[in-house]
Design a binder for this molecule. Structure first.
Ligand code: ZN
Length: 449
């Protein structure tokens, strides 16, 4: 059994001193606190649980930076989506594996140890299913295996182009299934999973899924995570009201049985009844603040939602910039800009913003991906260490360590990352970064030539 020893480690939302973790079979076998290091312990100064990334479209990493050119006066989410559809048009399974592996390596380097892959690119370039219908799920599983990141696969059901079962567009042909086809895909996807990978379902959005189909999906997958995009865009909210008389999150809360299994991705546009309603449901809001800023989506009402006990996790979504600390920083900064005040996502019991956000994101992220949260015996050995020699930590006491990481560290604050007990990041770099990035570069050079 391997053993790690930390001067301090973040356990049950506080720093414990003198922590030794026994690791066996990819899991934490034992936790001791208040102990001195043994000579054969690998020693580090500050250990954290890895974060769950609740929302990723891995292939979109390959188009990061390609949609920042102004092409028309009303550039917005919908014009970005057209660029995204053109990018994914030609991707092969090997392309998806190479691009996604780069994204997953970057996730590990920033402190994400498990990813919820919201996977909708199912079919070949013509829109026909591959001979193996889960070929693309297999590409994602390969990226997970190549990098070591934990995988929660969320196969997406996508059938319509807009509310009221509008026909899909040509750009959506690679996403489409009927209910029977999706059942086959879900079964085939299960066979791609290895290690402690798990699977949920992702009805794409109320735009793409009719109510009767949503019911069939929930019957098909009675346990495990349920993820859905909801209320990302003001137009989507208006279209939903025109269709049903209700807003998207309102409709889901009233109709779909939203509970702890659910993760409502974005939930950006909530009214004063939806905020407490979503908080009381026990579901997780899947916030992607960097992508939401990049796409001009809007600002999630985090101050009221957290004050009401709402749960959240963070996701990197479009993977325009992969940075666990950056997502939490962007979340707090969005609130500061909106409210013209500081230190908003904290409270009297947990007054340090960094510690409060990190603790909540660890718990909410794990819930959303259907795994236990934090450092404890029996949990996966998903551990991140901070490099306390980084200048951002100079003179730090324990109380401000997480604030310094989230708000002040730029890059280089993370030293090592273990995922399922295997050290995947050393000195801030993925141990297979050279090969992963070479394959990624070759793929993009070919795609963008
Ligand atoms: Zn998304």
């Amino acid at each position: 059994m391997a053993s790690l020893w930390f001067e301090r480690a973040w356990i049950d939302n506080r720093w414990e001193k003198g922590v030794r973790l026994g690791i066996a079979g990819g899991r934490i076998a034992s936790v001791q606190t208040g102990v001195a290091a043994d000579s054969d312990d690998e020693q580090h100064r500050a250990g954290l649980p890895g974060l769950c990334n609740v929302h990723s479209h891995g292939f979109q990493r390959g188009m990061a930076g390609l949609s920042e050119r102004r092409s028309r006066p009303d550039d917005n989410f919908w014009s970005w989506r057209e660029i995204m559809y053109r990018f994914l048009d030609r991707l092969t399974p090997d392309d998806v594996a190479a691009i996604t592996a780069q994204a997953y390596a970057e996730m590990l380097e920033t402190g994400f140890t498990r990813v919820g892959e919201f996977h909708y690119l199912h079919h070949d370039a013509s829109g026909a299913p591959y001979a193996d219908v889960a070929e693309m799920a297999g590409a994602i599983a390969r990226a997970s295996a190549a990098t070591g990141v934990g995988l929660t696969l969320l196969p997406v059901f996508y059938a319509h182009g807009n509310f009221d079962a509008a026909p899909p567009s040509a750009g959506q042909r690679r996403f489409l299934n009927d209910i029977d086809g999706f059942a086959t895909l879900l079964d085939a996807s299960r066979s791609k999973l290895a290690g402690d990978a798990n699977i949920g379902i992702a009805p794409h959005s109320l735009r793409a899924v009719a109510p009767c189909e949503l019911g069939a999906l929930l019957e098909m997958s009675p346990t495990g995570p349920v993820h859905i995009h909801a209320a990302e865009q003001a137009k989507e909210v208006a279209d939903c009201v025109a269709w049903s008389g209700a807003r998207p999150v309102e409709w889901l809360l009233d109709t779909a049985g939203v509970d702890e299994r659910w993760c409502l991705i974005h939930s950006t546009h909530l009214d004063e009844r939806e905020v407490p309603g979503l908080a009381a449901s026990g579901a997780v809001a899947g916030l992607c603040p960097i992508t939401e800023a990049n796409l001009g989506d809007g600002i999630f009402p985090a101050v009221d939602y957290l004050a009401g006990g709402g749960r959240f996790g963070v996701g990197t979504d479009s993977n325009i910039l992969i940075d666990a600390a950056g997502e939490l920083r962007a979340l707090e900064y969005s609130q500061r800009l909106a409210h013209r005040a500081r230190a908003l996502l904290a409270n009297d019991e947990s007054p340090f913003v960094g510690a409060n956000l990190f603790a909540r994101a660890v718990a909410g992220g794990a819930q959303a991906l259907g795994v236990p949260a934090g450092i404890a015996a029996g949990h996966a050995a998903d551990i991140v260490t901070l490099d306390l020699d980084h200048p951002a930590f100079a003179g730090a006491d324990d109380a401000t360590l997480l604030d310094r990481w989230l708000f002040a560290a730029r890059s280089g604050a993370i030293d090592s990352v273990w995922r399922a007990g295997v050290k995947r990041v050393e000195k801030g770099r993925h141990v297979a970064a050279d090969a992963i990035t070479a394959a990624y570069r070759a793929c993009l050079d070919r795609l963008l030539a």
